[in-house]
Ligand binder design. Structure first.
Ligand code: HEC
Length: 286
């Protein structure tokens, strides 16, 4: 807890230019988000806010031109097509399509993640798909959960991302419960874990945009708008929850499960901070 607190102070002192005596760690999501944006405005005064949805390519010209090359015939197209077919053809055990449970594909991704006042939980699109299947009585090995049918899940998420492309990311946090979930996510962001004793913030905020070996590290603005991603280095699709899981595991610990409350709150925190950016998934990363 002490460490978490000191990371918070470091973040806020950096965010306010280092001159403040009182560390700023507002519990109001909008105030905290504004500090994050300022933090990056100070660090990269020449990068326009709307470019952050490109991730590191916003700040690294060489990588950006390579990436623009990758986007001419994007590798993601085949995953979108596979996902579209699944979305259209899959039927729940009651014979109905997934849209009977989730609504139409257009704009669906843009309504996630969100906080649901009724059950007091952050809803992730992937988990809502899984729960839709489970609630309809789908057989366990046919549910598109990360363990049994990860590829189907990732492909459908790629298709749904493409159906919200160009819309503006607007995550709401307007109830006490939503604010609490945001703050849980924020704590998780600053919590050091594992043998490496690193937090998300250690890698992505204090060093966000700096080099690790030959690679630029992604920053914590624009972390969510483009998921799922095709990773060139791995040759496969990564959902947000697989990525979070991998990043925590790489600190040398056993991570909370994909779509656990912990991971959903983290997703919520990151997604809220991306408000105002254009959705641009699925994307390609090295
Ligand atoms: C030890 C350093 C380290 C830690 C700690 C870490 N990450 Fe990462 N993260 C990376 C690296 C390296 C990559 C791949 C290169 C990149 O995309 O920055 C990455 C990539 C990501 C991406 C993909 C960014 C994109 O634009 O595609 C997300 C999202 C992410 N991390 C979230 C997290 C979260 C959430 C945590 C905390 C639970 C975390 N990371 C902790 C090193 C770290």
């Amino acid at each position: 807890m002490k460490r978490l607190f000191s990371s918070m102070i470091a973040a806020s002192v950096l965010a306010t230019g280092g001159a403040m005596a009182e560390p700023a760690n507002p519990s109001d999501p909008e105030e905290f988000r504004a500090l994050m944006v300022e933090f990056y405005e100070d660090r990269y005064p020449d990068v326009p806010f709307e470019d952050y949805n490109m991730g590191v390519y916003a700040i690294d010209e060489d990588a950006r031109s390579q990436w623009e090359g990758m986007m001419i015939f994007p590798e993601t197209d085949q995953y979108i097509a596979a996902g579209e077919e699944l979305w259209n053809e899959y039927r729940l055990p009651n014979g109905k399509p997934l849209s009977s449970c989730l609504g139409e594909a257009k704009g669906l991704r843009a309504r996630y993640p969100h906080y649901n006042k009724e059950d007091g939980e952050v809803h992730s699109l992937g988990l809502d798909i899984i729960n839709c299947q489970k609630n309809a009585g789908e057989e366990a090995d046919k549910v598109w959960d990360p363990k049994n049918n990860y590829k189907k899940l990732a492909n459908v998420l790629a298709y749904l991302a493409s159906e919200s492309n160009g819309m503006t990311n607007m995550v709401e946090a307007d109830s006490e419960g939503a604010k609490a979930a945001y703050n849980e996510g924020k704590e998780a962001w600053f919590r050091r874990t594992g043998r490496l004793d690193n937090s998300c913030a250690d890698c992505h905020q204090y060093h966000g945009g700096k080099y690790v070996r030959a690679e630029h590290l992604h920053m914590n603005l624009g972390n969510t708008t483009h998921f799922p991603i095709f990773r060139y280095s791995k040759g496969k699709m990564y959902t947000m929850h697989k990525r979070i899981y991998g990043c925590i595991r790489d600190t040398g610990t056993v991570p909370p499960a994909q779509y656990s409350e912990y991971a959903r709150n983290l997703e919520y925190f990151m997604s809220f901070n991306d408000n105002g950016l254009e959705l641009n998934g699925p994307a390609i990363r090295k």
